[in-house]
Design a protein around this ligand. Structure first.
Ligand code: ACO
Length: 326
């Protein structure tokens, strides 16, 4: 049977690290508050001249080298991001060109923090249909350009980074076993960036008044996130007829440790089966899961034949999951 296999993973984090103690110096917050409420200790921040595609390119190069393939073998480059280099063209085109993936089509996916798993679902369908064999899925974010450092409720939560995977159709039992994606646009205001798009354009007259940063209703989102994790993971278990005991590692979107804890305790997934890196990298939106996936592999937490469950939720609202036999 043809399955979509993860044949390479990679990630990239910018060099500069901003700790909670660094944030204490520029806003009214504390390391203690941030750790207790979120589990975050630090985040990486991209340099001024590093754009999202530069982060994505490094992650892509690492994934391609891990897969042991040449860029010319890639037939499609997908990039999940909510912080593109430009509104036009797609960031995936920037990565395709810089990689020298000359044969590849290129497309951006904006499903916010669920973008990587939406990408896995699209790539899996394209591969299993026989249309493409080898797809590079990158997820990259320079979220710090969308933060207002005067707003402690959002500024402490996010970081920059990129992850990538090479997906290939192969006969056998290994690969994607299930995918699920859902959305509820009626709750879009819980997490959005109000201006800079066509709804509220930035003009010389309003430039000092408009809200260009991330706006969030933290408490409402928290409740929806726990519910969304529940639905996404249950769907994965139903589709695969597996139980939480079969799962070797759960790699959740890294938004908040308390959200992950309450979702996993309901599901009965013990701590040792949960991969966490949000203490080191904070919330990197779409890039969150592929960064964690690559780190988990490099640490030996995922080996051949392991069942890996991934789940995410984010702006939209969107939520999604994927189950993979490695
Ligand atoms: N430092 C210190 N105090 C703060 C900070 C801060 N950084 N931010 C808020 N506070 C204060 C508030 O002003 C408030 O003070 P008050 O009681 O005097 O009014 C107090 O802390 C409590 O604020 P709450 O908002 O009630 O804190 P809560 O326990 O809900 O935690 C948090 C806030 C961490 C944002 C939580 O609601 C949460 O994690 N929500 C989900 C957010 C999320 O996951 N977002 C991203 C998901 S989607 C995606 O990944 C793009």
């Amino acid at each position: 049977m043809l399955h979509t296999r993860f044949i390479g993973t990679g990630h990239y984090l910018p060099k500069t690290v901003l700790t909670n103690f660094d944030l204490e110096k520029i806003m009214d917050t504390s390391d203690e508050w941030i750790r207790q409420r979120t589990g975050i200790h630090q985040r990486h921040v991209a340099a001024e001249d590093e754009a999202t595609s530069d982060l994505g390119l490094e992650a892509a190069r690492n994934a391609i080298s891990d897969a042991g393939i040449a860029p010319e073998e890639i037939e499609y480059v997908m990039c999940a991001t909510l912080t593109p280099d430009y509104f036009m063209p797609a960031t995936a085109c920037m990565i395709q060109q810089k990689l020298g993936a000359k044969r590849a089509a290129a497309l951006d996916i904006n499903a916010a923090c669920s973008g990587f798993l939406y990408g896995v679902q699209l790539a899996d369908a394209l591969i299993r249909s026989g249309a493409y064999k080898t797809i590079l899925l990158v997820a990259a974010e320079k979220l710090t350009v969308r933060l207002d450092w005067r707003k402690r409720d959002t500024a402490v939560l996010f970081g920059d980074g990129a992850g990538a995977v090479v997906l290939r159709g192969e006969e056998g039992e290994h690969g994607v076993l299930s995918t699920f994606a859902s959305a509820d646009g009626s709750a879009y205001q819980m997490l959005h960036i109000p201006s800079g798009g066509s709804r509220e354009a930035i003009t010389p007259d309003n430039i000092n008044d408009v809200e260009r940063g991330i706006m969030m209703d933290g408490q409402a989102l928290y409740k929806r996130a726990v519910k969304a994790f529940g639905e996404a993971t249950e769907r994965a278990l139903q589709q695969t007829q597996l139980t939480s005991e079969n799962i070797k590692l759960f790699v959740p979107h890294q938004a908040n440790k308390r959200i992950i804890d309450s979702a996993t305790s309901r599901l009965g997934i013990p701590d040792e089966k949960i991969y966490l890196n949000l203490d080191r990298v904070a919330n990197t939106s779409a890039a969150s899961i592929p960064i964690a996936l690559d780190q988990a592999r490099k640490e030996g937490r995922i080996v051949d034949n392991d069942i890996v469950l991934m789940a995410a939720f984010g702006a939209g609202l969107t939520w999604a999951s994927a189950m993979v036999r490695w």
